[in-house]
Write a protein that binds this ligand. Sequence first.
Ligand code: TYD
Length: 138
Amino acid sequence: MSIFNCNIIELPKISDPRGNLTFIEGERHVPFDIKRVYYLYDVPGGAERGGHAHKGLHQLIVAMSGSFDVLLDDGHEKRRFHLNRSYYGLYVCPMIWRELDNFSSGSVCMVLASNLYDEDDYYRDYATFITQVKAGGI
Ligand code: TYD
């Protein structure tokens, strides 16, 4: 898995003078079935989230409000994305270390995930993650 498998997805946007509408359908707008939604909010200034990789989970990260940065790292290369529009999502494939920071005041980070929460799916130790990448698997 490479960070070049991770990309910004432009979501449908129905523009309307009454307010815009965006929708996301699993396996159509994102390359996985959506099994879970969670969101980060009330993030204090200067806080960092993430700091882990997933063995098998696919995710789409959306800045529903405000902005933040996502640093992706596949063990070989790193890429930083700035998310600040609710009609763009960042697709993150399995085996990618991610760190989220630079949260603006009042920002909301929504994550769509391909599976239910499972602590066994996490690498929370960077050295262990790198060892697994070098071993060529999960
Ligand atoms: P974690 O995934 O480490 O958060 P982040 O990557 O956003 O910094 O999760 C933080 C805590 O919340 C951890 O104790 C696990 C728990 N958690 C759940 O119980 N269910 C979930 O769906 C998620 C994402 C986390």
